[in-house]
Design a protein around this ligand. Structure first.
Ligand SMILES: C[S@@+](CC[C@H](N)C(=O)[O-])C[C@H]1O[C@@H](n2cnc3c(N)ncnc32)[C@H](O)[C@@H]1O
Length: 237
């Protein structure tokens, strides 16, 4: 059975679907407080960046929503800070962008940075991405040598294309083998330090398509199912 027959959709269809193009999602988290990055990540990005030396305070926020957290950091950090937010639709309430901050409207599934980052976050953004493992692999290669990547991740959203059962356990095992830590209580993946090329974090899964009808995930919001098959490596001589 092909992906299309199974109801799996392409990137274009996914990004037009009501699950992704949904303006009722929580896209207004600030830096600290009740509805915040510090609370969701267990790491305060401002404190983390402030502790670093000049020239090593760059932060890339993937699926940045309204960009509130970045905006707040821009006004609190020294002028050497580099702050980049990438979101499919960008802020629904546009505001002037502070000089230290760059706001990019693009899909994280196709966008790539032109520089490495010390901190990379994806706060409840992977839930709407089709090839989540591909994005994690690419983002791992965008970290500086002592950088930190933090991303919310729901293993239940990773399904086998052949049958649709959960591939979560196998995927978490492979992510751990490549250096990611996974905190199941927070649903949080952490990676410390650059993986210099995507090849060093390559995962043995081939992306087959997305299911925008997968239903609510642990956040209670409708999310995307990401379907994979095991990558078959040719061992013949
Ligand atoms: C639940 S909101 C979280 C926003 C922000 N991180 C926060 O916590 O306030 C998820 C965000 O992911 C964005 N998004 C969904 N798919 C995306 C994609 N393929 N590329 C970039 N952003 C995407 C949505 O536009 C939305 O702003």
């Amino acid at each position: 059975m092909t992906g299309q027959q199974r109801g799996l959709v392409s990137l274009t269809e996914l990004e037009r679907s009501s699950v992704v193009a949904n303006n009722t999602m929580n896209r207004e988290r600030g830096l600290a407080g009740v509805n915040s990055y510090a609370r969701e990540l267990g790491v305060d990005p401002l404190a983390w960046l402030s502790d670093r030396s000049p020239g090593a305070r760059s932060w890339l926020d993937l699926c940045s929503g309204e960009g509130r957290a970045l905006r707040e950091a821009a006004s609190a950090l020294p002028p050497d800070a580099v702050l980049t937010g990438v979101d499919l639709v960008g802020p629904l309430v546009p505001l002037p962008t502070p000089p230290a901050m760059e706001e990019i409207t693009a899909s994280v599934s196709t966008w790539a940075p032109t520089r490495p980052y010390d901190l990379i976050t994806c706060v409840h953004g992977l839930h709407y991405v089709g090839d989540q493992l591909g994005l994690l692999t690419r983002a791992a290669s965008w970290l500086t040598e002592d950088g930190l990547l933090l991303a919310h991740f729901d293993p239940e959203s990773i399904r086998w294309a052949d049958g649709g059962g959960t591939a979560g356990r196998a995927v978490v095992a492979e992510l751990r083998a490549t250096g990611f830590a996974y905190d199941s209580r927070r649903h949080l993946l952490t990676l410390q330090g650059a993986r210099l090329t995507t090849a060093t974090t390559a995962l043995p899964f081939t992306y087959m398509g997305a299911d925008p009808t997968a239903g609510p995930n642990y956040t209670g919001q409708p999310a995307v199912g990401s379907h994979y098959s095991r990558t078959i490596t040719d061992t013949a001589e």
